[in-house]
Design a protein around this ligand. Structure first.
Ligand SMILES: [Zn+2]
Length: 74
């Protein structure tokens, strides 16, 4: 069985694998990719909301945007 990102790290640090040894074993490019992805999505969502004003966003669309923001910590 392989280690999941949210499992406890096998090094007994008590931290999750993704916050411990996984980050040390993954290439830095992964981190850079997600930084860019966050920035791009944040800009996209901001643009979308600006363009939608003053029309209120349809309920489900607004909820989806909120969900994306929460998942990404934007
Ligand atoms: Zn570890």
């Amino acid at each position: 069985m392989s280690i999941g990102r949210n499992d406890l790290c096998p090094c007994d640090s008590g931290r999750t694998y993704k916050k411990c040894c996984l980050s040390a074993s993954e290439p830095a490019a992964d981190e850079l990719f997600w930084q860019r992805m966050h920035a791009a999505l944040d800009a996209l969502l901001n643009q979308y909301e600006r363009d939608a004003v003053p029309k209120p966003l349809p309920g489900q669309t607004a909820k989806t945007i909120q969900d994306i923001r929460e998942r990404l910590g934007l």
